[in-house]
Design a binder for this molecule. Sequence first.
Ligand SMILES: Nc1ncnc2c1ncn2[C@@H]1O[C@H](COP(=O)(O)OP(=O)(O)O)[C@@H](O)[C@H]1O
Ligand SMILES: [Mg+2]
Length: 470
Amino acid sequence: MSLLNKIQAKKEEKSKLDNANGTITTAKIDLLSSYRKTDNNADKIKKEKDPKTILQQDLKKLLHKKIMDQVKDNDVKKIIPQIDGMAVEIMKENEKFRGVINRKIVVDELINDLTGYGPINPLLLDPTITEVMINGPEQVYVEKAGKIIKTEVQFRDDEHIMSIIEKIVAPIGRRIDESSPMVDARLPDGSRVNAIIPPLALKGPTLTIRKFSKDPFKMEDLIKFGTLTEDMAVFMDACVKAKLNVFVSGGTGSGKTTTLNVLSSCIPSDERIITIEDAAELQLWQEHVVSLESRPSNLEGKGEISIRDLVKNALRMRPERIIIGEVRSGEALDMLQAMNTGHDGSLATGHSNSPRDMISRLETMVLMVGIDLPVKAIREQISGAIDLIIHQSRMKDGTRRITHITEVQGLEGDVIVLQDIFVFEQYGINEEGKIIGELKPTGIRPKFYERLETSGIYIPPTVFIEDEYS
Ligand SMILES: Nc1ncnc2c1ncn2[C@@H]1O[C@H](COP(=O)(O)OP(=O)(O)O)[C@@H](O)[C@H]1O
Ligand SMILES: [Mg+2]
């Protein structure tokens, strides 16, 4: 057999194998979706028992058809004012609708579908709602005042959600289908969207929308919410102005990005700031800001620009402050190196359960780079780079609190020494489920106190003393 023939034979063999694998996956998908279908069918039968719902859907279909017949130049907006009139006409022609259904509901739903994002439109417009979560057609949750609540809102079926997802991702040149079943996108108002669909999401198309707050929280707001005290605010402001390297840690949704934004607002306006994020969320008031956003790889798996690439590039942009939205992997090494080589005053966030946990996660992240660094060397980097960890939690009652402000004091032997400066002490829970506790100083002055003074920043010593009469 010639070499060419051999290669050809290998190729054929491989493609046979691939096909076989393909059948397995398709079979799996079929299995999953048939499982889901039977599941959904059960629900549908339940729904179909309600004749009013069926009639409303019928009317909606007729109305939709009528509208589409009239929209020739594709300008749906012009037709909106006439939709109610059309519904009245249809109801006149069809006796079955009369007296049974609520026309307003049908017309509102249709307008929401045509002009906005369907049934979740009112949720997106409600300023008290901060997050909208859709887990398949029957479950729509929102976050309101820190609490997650299930709403009455429902979609007709999977396709109805899919049409909304497409409406969101199409304008920004992304797509969602079986070959790319996960997508990150953004609404025109800046809200962040993640969509993931079957077969990866078993309950049906799943959509998570973190709403963009037009008016981001300020330090005063966080004090008002009880996230931190005035003394803590004075302290944090001084630390940022004195160019300490500050790391905000905490769980998902604990308010890390919000706190990072507030901390950034303490940076003097004459410094050059470079922000690096996966999806730009920070909103700085300063003028001299360069915002960079990472990019996922395309369908061929090419073209990815990671946070790490951006950190490296930012170092060549003469930054005075580097702000990293969230440190997740290898960029930790570059960030630490930058902090250790004169790029003071950097700010970042990371996911963790406590300040100590943040340290060990940073170690793991550095190891992800794949360079064989001894643990001790990594710890030296971390303890030399980071001055302060601000740890935040989302408590059971929905409030967010800064539970620790912790100084990274240095390395003793193999151990990074951490010293809490402020902590949240929980005393209990009251009848309404509210967490009762107190944010207070531990009484210990940070080691870097003198460094603050030499940079001309004064913190009244009383900040570190617990007020016994409060
Ligand atoms: N201190 C706070 N008090 C109350 N709500 C907050 C606070 N900080 C953030 N939030 C709300 O919590 C949600 C998550 O905040 P975010 O800063 O994005 O968290 P993270 O970055 O930790 O995931 C947002 O809807 C935000 O409005
Ligand atoms: Mg965040």
